[in-house]
Design a protein around this ligand. Structure first.
Ligand code: C2O
Ligand code: CU
Ligand code: CU
Length: 502
């Protein structure tokens, strides 16, 4: 769909979208959520699903991305291209990839080392890669203004200057980020350092990346992107891919595993829990390890957030199964979305872990202290800014009521200074707020929901409907960067702005 048609169909139904948030229509809307809550426990009822008949859930083994480890190579090559990939066994799906297959490779690099990559754009339109959460100079960051034309190659080169953690990369062209990530252009990016190595966390076969994305497919296994204008509130799918594998399974031993989880869906927030294991341990957030592990029963992960957890299968016998599921999170929105697909409140079984082998060594003990996080003091802040999340003009998602303009500087920040940003959500939908070029800390939030992830370094924070979240940021990298809502359809719209650090 071209930009003009897109905007036209959007404003055409804007009234309906707005009504979704108000009293009169919320009854209707709740019914949909309920329906999906109680009777639509996916994928048990895949008969509703267009892909029913082409595959059975939990029969495909989890794919593990191959790794590009900068310990072994000096420079990598990515080429954004159309590819045919077997997402469903025996079927080919047209997707976008960086190296011809999905999942895209995981980048692994050590603090202090140089990252070098040649990126060629073999797509029809301009695009650019952004290294989400990695603090790099402006020219390396993948600002939408730096999108390169088709058949052009850009050289990325920068030094890793931050602590260990789980990050990710994705393309970032203005207005098309959602579509490109949807079709495949994202991957995991792991930074290691000596402090973390010393902790002896589960590694090798006991460290699994889980990249979670809900998607829509037709009967021929083709991906379906936007279908109706309501999808501009965010694309919800009925098939959950983990590492580009639909509803997979993974064989495990009865011991501890470290799971690095990334939500790179379009809009869905997951409340992750394990059926068969009551609690697990949160050890890290967007910007790396927490100070101390936190035991949780379930955990929220919004779009673009990462969580680092340790789960122990030690009480499981051979043959037993543990299911990773989302309990649903209807608190995130009462906006009407595409009723063909499970809403934000839907419970969905995502993948199964099958215990198939006894572990021969269970020497891994989780340390009590993981890292130290120096708290940024409120008294260090020289300025307080307020950013509001709003819907204007009958349906345009914005920050501070200003639709994104790539060439406008919205906030000017002094290099080296510390600031408090109050992110105020004025609408009936939760939005994950993300900033480039920094890692920040969450000071507090006005809402009632407790986010254990607020205790760690963050680059993306979920702001609930009607809530204000205060974050504190020290700006150490000069240049022009963006901040935006990370619901992909919102950022593509206009819910983005520029800040200049100088
Ligand atoms: Cu995932 Cu502008 O970022
Ligand atoms: Cu980013
Ligand atoms: Cu948003």
């Amino acid at each position: 769909m071209n930009r003009r048609n897109f905007l036209y169909s959007f404003s055409f139904t804007a009234a309906a979208i707005i009504l979704g948030g108000c009293e009169k229509n919320s009854e209707n809307n709740n019914k949909v959520v309920e329906k999906f809550n109680e009777s639509q426990k996916l994928p048990l009822k895949l008969s509703k699903n267009e892909t029913a008949g082409i595959f059975k859930p939990f029969t495909q083994e989890l794919k593990i991305p191959k790794e590009i480890n900068f310990k072994n190579i000096a420079k990598a090559k990515f080429n954004a291209q159309k590819s045919l990939v077997a997402i469903y066994k025996d079927k080919k799906t047209e997707v976008l990839t960086f190296q011809g297959d999905l999942p895209n490779p995981t980048i692994r690099i050590k603090k202090g080392d140089n990252f070098e990559l040649d990126f060629t754009n073999s797509l029809e339109k301009p695009t650019i890669i952004h290294w989400h959460g990695v603090i790099v100079p402006e020219e390396m960051d993948g600002h939408p203004k730096d999108a390169i034309n088709t058949q052009i190659t850009k050289e990325y080169k920068y030094k890793i200057n931050q602590r260990a953690g789980t990050f990710w990369y994705h393309t970032h062209p203005h207005g098309r980020t959602g579509e490109e990530i949807y079709y495949g252009l994202s991957g995991l990016y792991i930074i290691e350092d000596d402090d973390e190595k010393r902790l002896n966390l589960p590694s090798g076969e006991f460290e699994l990346p889980l990249i979670i994305q809900d998607r829509r497919f037709d009967k021929k296994a083709n991906l379906i992107y936007k279908e109706i204008a309501l999808d501009n509130n965010g694309i919800l799918g009925d098939v959950v891919l983990v590492n580009s594998t639909p509803f997979p399974y993974q064989n495990v031993k009865n011991t501890k595993y470290r799971l690095r989880i990334l939500n790179s869906s379009s809009v869905r927030t997951y409340r992750l829990a394990f059926e068969g294991i009551e609690s697990f341990v949160l050890i890290g957030t967007d910007g790396g390890l927490l100070e101390k592990p936190i035991i949780v029963k379930d955990i929220l992960i919004a779009v673009a957030e990462r969580i680092d957890i340790v789960i122990d299968f030690k009480d499981k016998k051979i043959g037993e199964t543990v299911t990773l599921k989302t309990l649903g999170f209807k608190e995130a929105s009462n906006f009407i979305t595409n009723q063909k697909y499970p809403n934000l409140g839907a419970k969905i079984d995502i993948m199964k872990f099958k215990v198939t082998q006894l572990s021969t060594n269970d020497s891994v003990k989780l340390p009590r202290n993981l890292s130290s996080i120096l708290k940024i003091k409120e008294s260090d802040a020289s300025k307080v800014r307020t950013i509001t999340m709003e819907i204007i003009g009958g349906g345009i998602w914005t920050l501070n009521k200003k639709p994104y303009d790539m060439n406008r500087v919205d906030e000017r920040v002094k290099l080296g200074s510390t600031e408090i940003w109050e992110i105020k959500n004025t609408v009936h939908m939760a939005h994950p707020f993300h900033m480039h070029g920094v890692q920040f800390q969450v000071l507090d939030r006005t809402g009632k929901i407790d986010f254990p992830t607020d205790k760690g370094w963050k680059d993306t924070v979920l702001v609930m409907p009607g809530e204000t979240v205060r974050i504190i940021i020290k700006f150490t990298m000069p240049g022009l960067f963006v901040y935006h809502c990370h619901i992909l359809e919102h950022e593509d719209h206009a819910m983005m702005a520029n800040f200049l650090v100088e």
